[in-house]
Write a protein that binds this ligand. Structure first.
Ligand SMILES: Cc1cc2nc3c(=O)[nH]c(=O)nc-3n(C[C@H](O)[C@H](O)[C@H](O)COP(=O)(O)O)c2cc1C
Length: 170
């Protein structure tokens, strides 16, 4: 059974998780910009990783553009974002809005914590983040949004690792 890890992020969190998964599962790791269409045909299952910006999945347009090539395949879908994983409803809402409806029944979902370093952001992302913080309901939430954090750790890939291993055994 052949699989591949396809991801899109901006500042390294999604890429880091993808690389760890690639090492542990011995699967190729490919940025979404480097694979599409016919090249997907040979794979039986996909591990797809995406981060979230202003409520939008980074992988959204790739999923739409490649729908006809991936709609029959099993997908392990992991989402990396700042919203705490305990806030499942909010995390799920990002996926329901960004993953084409036809694809959703084929997906198993995983929610991973991300990281953010203010000084590394483009001026546009910094601006967007400040705008978002202005709209935040509480001072606490405002502060959290503008504070650097790094929760990326190997422990968080445990569940997805087990699921993929179970899928591929035999
Ligand atoms: C401008 C900006 C907007 C963001 N919007 C959201 C959002 O809407 N929801 C969320 O949960 N996280 C949001 N995040 C947090 C990122 O998803 C998080 O930092 C993630 O780890 C980024 O992963 P990447 O480096 O792979 O892109 C935002 C971050 C930035 C800088």
């Amino acid at each position: 059974m052949q699989g591949v890890i396809i991801y899109k992020g901006k500042y390294g969190a999604t890429q880091q998780y993808s690389e760890w998964l690639g090492e542990k599962l011995n699967l190729p790791v490919i940025h979404a910009a480097n694979i599409n269409g016919e090249a997907l045909k040979k794979y039986d299952f996909l591990v797809i990783g995406t981060s979230v910006y202003i409520g939008k999945l980074q992988m959204e347009s790739w999923l739409r553009n490649n729908l006809s090539f991936i709609k029959q395949k099993k997908i392990f879908f992991f989402q990396v974002a700042a919203t705490p994983v305990e806030q499942k409803k909010k995390r799920q809402a990002y996926n329901s809005a960004g993953i084409p409806k036809e694809l959703q029944p084929n997906c198993d979902y995983y929610y991973l914590p991300g990281k953010m370093t203010m000084k590394d952001l483009t001026w546009k992302d910094k601006f967007m983040l400040r705008m978002g913080a202005m709209l935040a309901k509480s001072t606490e939430e405002k502060k959290t949004m503008l504070t650097d954090y790094d929760s990326v750790a190997t422990i968080h890939i445990k569940e997805i690792l087990e699921a993929v291993r179970n899928h591929t055994k035999n």
